[in-house]
Ligand binder design. Structure first.
Ligand code: XMP
Length: 363
């Protein structure tokens, strides 16, 4: 395919695949991939596409409201925000193991998607012009294979032709029953490193077929395509935010108190990064909250609070990454703001770990 005719071809493909009355459900997070996928789907089948954002209770500060507003304003998509916060947090109560947390979150997403599909079908019973919900839209993209013959330089993939990479992607996908090569980083020969909440195929209980319009595109191509669709720069350049949300950045048990600390500290960090004009230079940045506490002083009082761990990395493929080299004055300013403005945090540290051996997320 070529970028110039991808839009028309993909829309024609979707229309042919999805019957004239069938409906499509799509999870939209506000990130580049799901927003671009949603824009294409909306153009292809109009209001038979239902965009859903599941609020898992571990989204960032004001995130659901902002995503709903942005999608409505820029893409004319009426996003339904499903409030799953209490359910997610109740299922996560007392759970400290990172893999268990990921699995609980993955399962709860599926449960809520299932409920939404049933709700939409019930509503459709009253309408003769629409039929069942048959498909689930995912913004899966083809990311750079972890393969020495294919590499990035200056953000451009060089060396091997696309067709070779795509064959590699597709072989891996089939072999692993996964839809994206990104998943490779989550499986080692000996053990699973992390369970990616949104790959691994759909469970049989979710009676929907996957539809993935961007499956043959690399990230930079998705962005170029998004620009053609008129999607806002901030959406196209948004740092990735994992499906399990802040839950894998709040080390150990996820409690409402620690979600609040994480939200407020993260908001300060990202606002300062944006204000300094370096957001697009950093590939991903966030604040994690440790399980450990440290003693601090507030006024004359002793405070026994949590440790905020700032993480900012630079990467072209998310398979390997290095810590961003902050200006010292800026990182000191961020640290001071977090300590002054977020009660309950008594220390701020900066994570200097590269990937490998670390990973980008903490859990
Ligand atoms: P790691 O931590 O493995 O992360 O170095 C690599 C990239 O993947 C993102 N990530 C996820 N994204 N669901 C997602 O949608 C997940 O379960 C998940 N886990 C990690 C991470 O934010 C980084 O961009």
């Amino acid at each position: 395919w070529k970028m110039e005719n991808f839009r028309a071809k993909e829309i024609a493909r979707i229309r042919a695949l999805v019957g004239p009355n069938d409906q499509v459900l799509g999870g939209v997070s506000g990130g580049v991939d799901s927003s671009v996928a949603a824009a294409v789907m909306k153009e292809a089948i109009g209001d038979r596409f239902h965009a859903i954002l599941i609020d898992n209770g571990v989204m960032r500060l004001n995130e659901c409201e902002q995503v709903k507003e942005t999608l409505g304003e820029h893409l004319g998509i009426n996003l339904t925000v499903v409030d799953g916060g209490e359910l997610f947090l109740s299922r996560l109560k007392g759970v400290t193991d990172p893999e268990k947390k990921r699995k609980i979150i993955g399962k709860t997403f599926i449960d809520l998607f299932q409920e939404e599909a049933i709700r939409i079908e019930k509503e459709a019973e009253a309408r003769p012009d629409v039929g069942p919900v048959k498909y689930l839209l995912q913004g899966t993209v083809c990311t750079t294979p972890a393969w020495p013959g294919c590499f990035y330089a200056d953000d451009k993939m060089i060396a091997l032709p696309r067709c070779v990479c795509l064959i590699w992607c597709s072989l891996w996908s089939q072999a692993n029953h996964l839809s994206s090569i990104e998943s490779v980083s989550y499986k080692g020969p000996a053990a699973t490193i992390k369970t990616h909440h949104n790959v691994g195929g759909l469970p049989d209980t979710l009676n929907l077929k996957l539809i993935e319009p961007l499956r043959e595109m690399f990230k930079d191509e998705v962005r170029a395509f998004g620009r053609e669709l008129g999607i806002h720069h901030d959406v196209l350049m948004r740092h990735p935010f994992p499906g399990p949300g802040l839950a894998i950045r709040i080390l150990g048990e996820v409690t409402p108190e620690r979600v609040e600390l994480s939200r407020r500290a993260d908001h300060i960090f990202i606002s300062e990064i944006r204000a300094a004009g370096i957001y697009d230079d950093i590939s991903q940045a966030y604040v994690a909250i440790s399980q450990d506490r440290a003693v601090g002083v507030q006024g004359d009082a002793r405070v026994y609070g949590f440790i905020a761990i700032l993480r900012a990395v630079v990467t072209s493929d998310f398979m390997s990454a290095t810590p961003y080299e902050f200006d010292w004055k800026l990182i000191k300013k961020i640290s001071t703001r977090i300590l002054n403005e977020v009660d309950g945090i008594t220390r701020v540290t900066y994570d200097m770990t590269s990937k490998p051996p670390g990973t980008i997320e903490m859990e």
